[in-house]
Design a protein around this ligand. Sequence first.
Ligand code: AMP
Length: 304
Amino acid sequence: MSLLIIGSVAFDAIETPFGQTGKIVGGAASFISLASSLLNAKNGLVAVVGEDFEMDFIAELNRRGVDTQGLQVKKGEKSFFWSGKYHMDMNSRDTLVTELNVLGTFDPIIPDDWKEPDYVMLGNLSPQVQLTTLNRLTKKPKLVVMDTMNFWMDIAMPELKEVIAKVDVLTINDEEARQLSGEYSLRKAARLIHAMGPHTVIIKKGEHGALLFQNDEVFFCPALPLEEVFDPTGAGDTFAGGFVGYLASTGRTDFEAMKTAIVYGSCLASFCVEKFGTEALAQVTREAMKDRLDQFKRLIAVEA
Ligand code: AMP
């Protein structure tokens, strides 16, 4: 089935206890598209970059079957730039720089071929653009999944709540779920977010796994305990790409399928953190993904 992906396509500069990068390719939609392209959905990307962007990366997405008709390249403008620094506890990070550049005036143009997608992944970017994208679709999708972050809660909470009210699934990290709901307990936070609109809430807890809430049901998938975590940037987006990519590949939207989907998301996120930026994810093969899925099955299966 078809999956429309929007989100930032960007340059990042990252500092972790293990090293530092110059400008490298990043952005929510970059990680989402790479992850989803490992599954069998038909992927289309709507995003904006400046003239400075590394177009080899877009060629790589095309090689992986991602349709980039909806990518705008703005002459004379700079791509979105984000810089972050992780401390020893890689679950928390400080944003050092956010330069919106082309994202500041982004008007998402949806190609005619993509006005009626089966699934939609609203990756992290301004809630206004997420909303405009939904409004420009001519048919209600089977499932709309949305991701966001504290940056938008701080500067655009009313618009953010307007989009949240229109989506089926919200993926968000634990700290942001607490900020959005004002509740410390993640179970209560999920219930309050559910009341804002989404029938399903996924709370990501970094190296501590992810929780899937729907009505009174809850499912948990751990993160793979890795010997080395190099750079967590993009793990949340990769998770979302694996999650929605799996659902769009199967055409399902039920809770059981979502349980499997968060295992796919966690599996792909475990590759993402092994190198800086998109490097590790770009090298994953379907065979490697299958092997790691088997590791996940062993990690969560019990005899009972
Ligand atoms: P994650 O680690 O999954 O939260 O996502 C990291 C990615 O989000 C980076 O590659 C950034 O380029 C991108 N990003 C950071 N801040 C923003 C923002 N305010 N809007 C859109 N994308 C962002």
